[in-house]
Design a protein around this ligand. Structure first.
Ligand code: SF4
Length: 223
């Protein structure tokens, strides 16, 4: 197992180095850096969000803003840490002004995501919001329709359980959506075969409830 983990670690590092210089789409011209992904190279659980935002672009790490803090708290709530999972996005470079990724950008970048899945070989892929859900399910149904319902798909040549849930950024602004996200999160241990989730403790509110100027505008595609 240690050998498998070391091999996955090396493959992921090597692939990350390769992607760091990627110029396959126009986002290369406006990014500060590629935000490849972070976490365990042998994670059973992988989260796929939409695109890096302002803070991610500056830090080179996915989900470091307010939405990232909420994601960490939700993970803690089910007894997991960020180091035990893998977190990345459908596109690895920040769209200017946090606009939605364009179809050609999603298409250019999907190779990187599929290669990550192939190396990590997760058992469960939780898609955060519309873009990741539609891309990885290959179906047009939006997140509002399909959240909380697992689907069996083949990704990276292997059967994988896909689990669409709301994007944490959407839940920051809508208490009802936060409640749904918490409920959907509580099913993750069961889907991983870890048994029922610990008794839920509502995450503390993640300040600020209003986005910092740098994080605006909110991407409507998250809903
Ligand atoms: Fe390459 Fe993806 Fe960045 Fe486009 S978004 S330049 S495809 S890494």
């Amino acid at each position: 197992m240690a050998v498998v983990a070391a091999a996955a670690d090396l493959s992921l590092l090597a692939y990350g180095d390769q992607v760091a210089g990627c110029t396959r789409c126009a986002l290369a011209e406006t990014r500060t850096q590629v935000v490849f992904g972070a976490g365990s190279p042998t994670a059973e659980l992988m989260f796929v969000g939409e695109a890096p935002g302002f803070h991610e672009d500056k830090n080179g790490i996915p989900f470091v803003g307010a939405a990232g803090k909420l994601l960490s708290k939700l993970l803690e709530g089910i007894g997991l840490s960020r180091d035990e999972v893998y977190i990345c996005n459908t596109v690895k470079c920040r769209p200017p002004g946090n606009r939605n990724p364009l179809p050609e950008e999603l298409e250019a970048c999907e190779t990187h995501l599929f290669r990550q899945i192939e190396i990590i070989q997760p058992r469960l892929v939780a898609t955060l919001g519309n873009f990741a859900t539609k891309l990885l399910s290959g179906k047009p149904a939006g997140i509002t329709q399909v959240h909380g319902r697992e689907q069996q798909v083949v990704l990276g040549g292997r059967p994988v359980t896909l689990y669409p849930i709301f994007h944490p950024a959407a839940a920051l602004y809508t208490p009802r959506m936060l409640q749904v996200l918490e409920e959907d999160f509580r099913r993750i241990p069961e889907l991983l075969g870890l048994g029922p989730a610990p008794v839920a403790v509502a995450p503390e509110p993640v300040a600020p409830l209003h986005a910092a100027p740098s994080e605006q505008p909110l991407q409507l595609g998250l809903f």
